[in-house]
Unconditional design. Structure first.
Length: 329
């Protein structure tokens, strides 16, 4: 049942994003690379070049550098500062939050175990609600979404859909680089292993050796959450490329919220593992998406909107005082 719900959501995202073709202008050719234009709103037109086959790989170095610049840009200081401050404030309360979340989940009948079954070659079919939420942050989810976008993009020759698919595949690698670098530097215990070892709040062992990390990964890989960074990056790419579809954000954030709760109550992550993961996902996703389109404002669109005026008018008809509304444009 949970798998069906998840697949239905993926189908809705892909189908609804493509259900409106009037915003796409015919393919145009400039020099050696064709492009398509999309009217995002009354003021904005975006141009997407035809994606190249290995763009998800060739764009990685530039997107990596641009993401690093975004992290420390002056106008983004509050993002980075807020993320670090939130982490520091949450760490002392991690164990209590985990315990309370686990108790609350018990009352709701949610299992702390993420149980999966097999279906043909697949072995990650959710068998309970928690497992369904946990799968949201799995790389499989991003690949399924990307497959939907690229299939439509190729069938309909839609460059925006193709760019979205390429970007999501790239996001797996780009967000993974940041996540793995931090996990191996910070070295914090995951909640379930911390409980087994009698370390409330988790032990911290920065810069473990590659051999130690590979042999006992849960001792070192709590912060930041790779699942959250992965889905946040892919989700940001979708919302950045399709800003006119307002329903995507509330639906997506609800599922991401379910993932966050599940990872705490199943003792996979501490809540303080999340702020940095969200930061990585958001900035890597924004960088990947924005580097695949050019945006321009439609000349005169704002002025045309301002020319519409409304006036209250009064009159007397058949001995009665009346009020009216006149619209001038």
């Amino acid at each position: 049942m949970y798998l069906r719900i998840q697949i239905l959501f993926f189908t809705l995202i892909v189908n609804c994003c493509f259900s409106q073709q009037k915003d796409s202008i015919q393919v145009k050719q400039l020099s050696e690379r064709p492009f398509q234009e999309y009217q995002i709103d009354v003021n904005t037109i975006r141009t997407y070049n035809k994606p190249k086959l290995f763009e998800a790989i060739t764009r990685l170095p530039k997107d990596f550098m641009d993401t690093n610049k975004d992290f420390v840009a002056k106008d983004h200081a509050w993002y980075l500062g807020g993320s670090l401050a939130s982490t520091a404030l949450l760490v002392p309360f991690d164990q209590k939050i985990t315990d309370e979340t686990r108790n609350f989940a018990d009352k709701l009948g949610m299992s702390p175990n993420n149980v999966y079954g097999k279906l043909g070659p697949l072995n990650n079919i959710p068998k309970n609600l928690g497992a369904g939420f946990y799968l949201v942050g799995n790389g499989t989810t991003v690949i399924l979404l990307s497959a939907g976008f690229v299939t439509y993009g190729l069938l309909k020759n839609d460059y925006r859909a193709q760019a979205t698919a390429s970007g999501m595949i790239e996001s797996l690698a780009l967000s993974g680089v940041f996540v793995q670098a931090l996990k191996r530097s910070i070295g914090r215990e995951s909640p379930f292993i911390a409980r087994q070892n009698g370390n409330p709040g988790g032990d911290w062992n920065p810069f473990p050796s590659f051999a130690a990390y590979a042999k006992n990964t849960p001792l070192y890989d709590a912060v930041p959450s790779g699942h959250l960074a992965t889905i946040m990056s892919a989700f940001t790419i979708i919302t950045t490329n399709y800003p006119e579809y307002k329903w995507i954000k509330p639906v997506g954030y609800t599922l991401i919220g379910g993932l966050c709760i599940q990872m705490v109550q199943s003792e996979v992550h501490w809540v303080s593992d999340y702020p940095i993961a969200l930061l990585i996902g958001y900035f890597s996703g924004k960088t990947i998406a924005r580097n695949r389109f050019a945006e321009k404002k439609i000349a005169g669109a704002e002025e045309m909107k301002k020319k519409v005026t409304y006036n209250i008018t009064g009159n007397r008809i058949y001995g009665m005082n009346t009020l009216g509304l006149s619209v001038t444009f």
